[in-house]
Design a protein around this ligand. Structure first.
Ligand SMILES: Nc1ncnc2c1ncn2[C@@H]1O[C@H](COP(=O)(O)OP(=O)(O)OP(=O)(O)O)[C@@H](O)[C@H]1O
Length: 576
């Protein structure tokens, strides 16, 4: 079984800090030198490693990938290799995942013999919002160095500074994700539950200390190895919080996938975000480990609020007042009184101390949820938690995220992404910092070869570019269409698809005209609130998604097209 050893991780990270090439050049790294991240002890994870000893913590089942060499798939290796640059460094093997932004392939790093995951992101600059998301993700992952956060090991140098379109990001390779682990292991023990939650909270403590909110935590965004190691990934929706930043979330600012979305965000995409939204998501993920299925699988926002309150009871008025969206707030305010269900009834087999912590994590009112650090100090982790193993860090420098406040052109973002890539190419970075306009000529690069290799992999691995051997699915949102997996339920898919329709929700919620119209038609202009009313306005994304099962791709693209049109309108409203 592959998978990252914790001690090995620790050593690697320690070495990484020692050799970080561009420390003196980037504003962020300047910060890091002044305030070095505290994961500097190579033995940091030594105690955790002991816990992953099979006699204490049994290995979990992960989907086995069939590592056939490319030749066996009818792709002669020689065809893909060129003689120069980094081209020969990575030997691509197979497709291991697919998300809305690209395909992820496994590969061997021939320099180190390590197995890596390479994410190919195509046509990065077609949409500014996508390019910004990618810039944000690669920047954050460069800055967030922690054993519980997936690591970018390298980014391939594009052939041309001014014309490149694709980006190839090399990650450490993980064997599966938590969604698959929960599905494949119906015999997880209390030790597994505790160890998984511990890692999630430990990673989150570090991420929150950097002032970063992930905002899309869900089992599919937690990578996993058979040795029980977890790592948080997919920071594309994350945000760095600066005190002076505007509090409104704009339409491009998608929030967490519905099932894991905190109640204060339900029905509202214009709320201030706080670290407590990630804590809620971690609570939902923890509950899913205990239950073996999602805790709040809402079919739409109304249903989401209904099932949350069925379990937690109707919240007190001060908690309801924190819901930003008028309609959701009034819907809850007018809801019949419900009593909370005892956690021990819902989770009869769970350890009572696990449930006491869970109850805190999914408190309806965000102010009642503990911070990640506080949660780590919960008695549930007695004997496991220890401050020295739970590093913190300094907030990320504002300078790194100046781009979030500016209106950027495609060329600006291309330059910023290029600059990020140079962090992995120290010599070229030096040249660039010396005034390297000369960098605009074509550099030899492995990227062209990669493009061809990935194309072959996708062509040769069946519909949607999936290897037949690969069962792991992720229903994330297709820019390119990803066919629904056989194993994936309608709800799982509709839950993810909702993110695509956020723009439509935002338009309805944000535009006074639109919401007046919705209210007017629904209520004859009156102020009564019904689930139907809420559905028609604040959760149209949810209602759109209910019928996803029978939709053809064409119908899907109509939905997406409509959303894009609305999104553009909303964007122009904001920009005007
Ligand atoms: N380092 C890795 N090791 C192994 N598999 C990985 C790795 N990174 C990503 N994957 C797999 O590839 C899938 C897609 O990756 P990722 O979520 O980063 O892409 P994305 O395009 O940002 O997805 P999304 O549509 O969820 O935003 C993941 O669900 C996971 O299964």
């Amino acid at each position: 079984m592959g998978g990252g050893g914790n001690l090995v991780d620790g050593v690697r990270r320690w070495l990484f800090f020692q050799r970080r090439p561009s420390s003196s050049s980037s504003s962020n790294n300047h910060d890091q030198i002044q305030n070095p991240p505290t994961v500097s002890n190579p033995n940091d994870d030594e105690d955790l490693k002991k816990l992953t000893d099979p006699s204490k913590l049994r290995q979990i089942k992960v989907q086995q990938r069939n590592h056939l060499p490319m030749e066996k798939k009818g792709i002669p290796n020689a065809e893909f290799f060129t003689e120069y640059g980094e081209a020969n460094r990575y030997q691509i093997q197979e497709v291991v995942g697919k998300g809305s932004y690209g395909v992820v392939g496994s590969a061997i790093d021939t320099h180190t013999g390590e197995r890596v995951a390479i994410k190919k992101i195509n046509d990065v600059f077609d949409h500014i919002s996508d390019a910004t998301r990618i810039l944000r993700e690669i920047k954050l992952l460069r800055l967030l160095l922690h054993p519980d956060v997936v690591e970018i090991k390298h980014i391939m140098l594009p052939p041309s500074r001014r014309e490149f379109r694709d980006v190839y990001v090399v990650f450490e390779l993980m064997e599966s994700d938590l969604h698959q682990v929960i599905k494949a292991n119906d015999d997880l023990t209390p030790e597994h539950h505790q160890f998984f939650l511990y890692q999630l909270l430990r990673g989150l403590k570090y991420v929150h200390a950097a002032n970063v909110f992930h905002r899309d935590l869900k089992p599919k965004n937690i990578l996993a190895n058979a040795d029980c190691k977890l790592k948080i990934c997919d920071f594309g929706l994350a945000r760095v919080s600066f005190n002076d930043a505007p509090t409104a979330i704009f339409w491009t600012d998608y929030v967490a996938t519905r099932w894991y979305r905190a109640p204060e965000l339900c029905g509202s995409f214009f709320s201030k975000y706080t670290p407590a939204i990630d804590i809620w998501s971690v609570g939902c993920i923890f509950a899913e480990m205990l239950l073996g299925k999602p805790l709040f699988p809402g079919k739409n926002v109304v249903h989401q609020l209904d099932i949350m309150t069925d379990f937690l009871g109707t919240p007190p008025p001060e908690a309801i007042s924190k819901i930003r969206n008028d309609k959701a707030r009034r819907y809850l305010g007018n809801m019949r009184k419900k009593q909370p269900v005892p956690f021990s009834k819902k989770f009869p087999k769970a350890d009572p101390s696990a449930l006491r912590l869970l109850e805190r994590l999914i408190a309806f009112d965000p102010k009642d949820r503990p911070s990640a650090e506080e949660a780590l100090a919960d008695p549930y982790f007695n004997g496991l938690s220890s401050k020295v193993r739970e590093p913190s860090t300094q907030p990320i420098s504002k300078l790194e995220f100046e781009f979030e406040r500016k209106k950027l052109t495609k060329d600006d973002i291309r330059e910023l992404i290029y600059r990020e890539i140079l962090e992995y190419h120290p010599q070229m970075l030096e040249e660039y910092l010396r005034g390297g306009n000369q960098l605009s000529f074509m550099y030899p690069s492995g990227v062209d070869r990669f493009r061809r290799q990935f194309a072959h992999l996708e062509e040769n691995q069946g519909p949607g570019g999936r290897s037949n051997a690969l069962q792991r699915q992720h229903a994330s949102l297709p820019r390119e269409r990803v066919p629904a997996s056989k194993n994936e339920t309608v709800e799982e898919r509709s839950n993810d698809i909702e993110r695509r329709t956020t723009a439509a929700v935002a338009s309805t919620l944000d535009s006074p005209k639109a919401s007046q119209q919705a209210e007017g038609t629904e209520n004859g202009g009156g102020g009564g609130y019904s689930a139907r009313n809420l559905m028609k306005s604040s959760s149209i994304s949810g209602s759109k998604c209910i019928g996803v099962q029978s939709k053809t791709n064409i119908e899907d693209s109509i939905v997406e097209e409509q959303d894009e049109t609305v999104a553009v309108k909303v964007a122009s409203l904001h920009n005007s």
